[in-house]
Design a protein around this ligand. Structure first.
Ligand SMILES: NC(=O)c1ccc[n+]([C@@H]2O[C@H](COP(=O)([O-])OP(=O)(O)OC[C@H]3O[C@@H](n4cnc5c(N)ncnc54)[C@H](OP(=O)(O)O)[C@@H]3O)[C@@H](O)[C@H]2O)c1
Length: 255
């Protein structure tokens, strides 16, 4: 019998990662999830066991900011569970801009969103390179297209991830590794539950999971982007000249 395909969702015990894990398990995949909060990992594990699905879930308590722990975890997975086919780098955090510039907030968001993503790539890269295969999918966001009021810590890290994915797509494709970019709009998760502003076209994590599954498995596109209505608006805002862009955003957000 063919080996079950393996996806590692780095930072995925809640929200989009959790729903995506369930979608892949339903489709017969072996799913590896790591996160820091072991209670959330246990709740997810119990939930998937109850659903009695075709695939399997393995959970690991591991912080993506800890490069050595992460590398050890991946070596352990490759040796004892099997070769990872897809690495979906999903961990993310945010901090709204307060009334003062606060370097600590930036450090925190940069460490989780950018440096942790690099740690994850570093952990799987030697295995993917050896096999001349594998798929690295980086979770960014449409808000990374342009700077937004009160979102600078988050939006700048998401812009960096978009740029990272675009650049790696050139470099890694040559050695057989697929790179893709996931750009969701607003999805209702513990992360966005903290937002106090209106979130247009807000969708459920299950909606996001289905789009991500289809994008990663059924399509060969570089960018997996949803929902469509928000995608049209954000792609248009992305190409506007600064003067018009600043005017529109100020007018609609009042900030
Ligand atoms: N929700 C949206 O509207 C939206 C839109 C666009 C993009 N995104 C992106 O989608 C991704 C998932 O977000 P979400 O909305 O699903 O948020 P979420 O429910 O808060 O999920 C974030 C996940 O990342 C894990 N995590 C955070 N820091 C970690 C670390 N240092 N090491 C390991 N795991 C870590 C969290 O678990 P622990 O805290 O237990 O570690 C949690 O499982 C993020 O990258 C986010 O920026 C979300």
């Amino acid at each position: 019998m063919d080996k079950k395909k393996i996806i590692w969702i780095a930072g995925g015990s809640t929200g989009i990662g959790r729903a995506t894990a369930i979608e892949f398990i339903k489709n017969g995949w072996t799913v590896i999830i790591n996160a820091r909060n072991k209670d959330n990992l246990r709740i997810l594990k119990d939930h998937t066991l109850k659903l009695n699905l075709e695939g399997v879930l393995y959970t690991f308590e591991c912080d993506n900011r800890e490069k050595n722990d992460l590398a050890r975890m991946i070596s352990n997975i490759e040796e004892s569970i099997g070769a990872i086919d897809i690495a979906m780098l999903n961990a993310g955090t945010t901090h709204p801009y307060s009334d003062d510039f606060n370097l600590e907030y930036y450090n925190h968001v940069v460490k989780t969103n950018i440096l942790s993503t690099l740690n994850c790539i570093d952990a799987v890269y030697p295995f993917f390179k050896n096999r001349k295969s594998g798929h690295i999918s980086i979770v960014s966001s449409m808000v990374g297209f342009r700077g937004l009021p009160r979102g600078s810590a988050y939006t700048m890290t998401k812009a960096a991830l978009i740029n990272l994915a675009e650049s790696l797509n050139f470099d890694l494709k040559k050695i057989g590794i697929r790179v893709s970019l996931i750009n969701p709009g607003f999805i209702k998760t513990p992360l966005t539950d903290k937002n106090t502003f209106p979130m247009p076209f807000l969708k459920s994590p299950e909606y996001a999971a289905e789009k991500i599954y289809n994008g990663l498995i059924k399509s060969k596109k570089f960018e997996i982007i949803f929902p469509y209505s928000w995608f049209i608006i954000m792609k248009t805002l992305r190409i506007l000249p600064y003067r018009i862009y600043f005017y529109i955003v100020k007018k609609f957000t009042g900030l």
